[in-house]
Design a protein around this ligand. Structure first.
Ligand SMILES: [Fe+2]
Ligand SMILES: [Fe+2]
Length: 155
């Protein structure tokens, strides 16, 4: 699953580059690609990976499956908050309201820095707990079946 995480990092970087370029429409477009990829990945983990993690003893560890679901919910809330702010940035850019656009841009970057912290924290927990336990405790056939199911969903 780690290639998906690298792809997410690259997509978010492309989005923030668009913000730095003050290209609001591109920032919104790149954000929607990032958002859709992250939502899809989180859904896949919840339907395919976490049940396997539970079956392999994950809930008895100090990173129970509920913790990953809570973090996914937090990520979703951030995504839902950011989209209208990026839409508003587009409107302000079209209206050529430089001061208001600057304020909104700085507000977005501030929220995105919180979001990035959460994403980094989540990525580390998945690397160090979720995927590590699966590769150590779960038989390869079940891992392959989960990966294949995610592939069918377009992951
Ligand atoms: Fe993940
Ligand atoms: Fe995740």
């Amino acid at each position: 699953m780690m290639p998906v995480h690298a792809r997410l990092d690259a997509l978010f970087f492309a989005h923030q580059q668009a913000l730095l370029d003050r290209d609001a429409p591109r920032a919104l477009l790149t954000f929607t690609v990032f958002r859709d990829t992250l939502l899809h990945h989180a859904r896949d983990e919840e339907s395919q990976v976490l049940p396997l993690y539970v079956a392999c003893g994950g809930d008895a560890s100090d990173s129970p499956s509920a913790q990953f679901r809570i973090e996914h919910d937090k990520l979703r809330r951030f995504l839902a908050e950011l989209e209208p702010r990026l839409e508003s940035l587009c409107t302000l850019a079209v209206a050529s309201d430089r001061s208001a656009a600057d304020r909104e841009l700085l507000g977005i970057l501030d929220r995105e820095s919180w979001f990035k912290n959460l994403l980094v924290h989540h990525d580390l927990r998945e690397r160090n707990a979720l995927y590590r336990l699966l590769s150590a405790e779960c038989d390869e056939e079940r891992q392959r079946a989960a990966l294949a199911a995610m592939g069918r969903n377009g992951a």
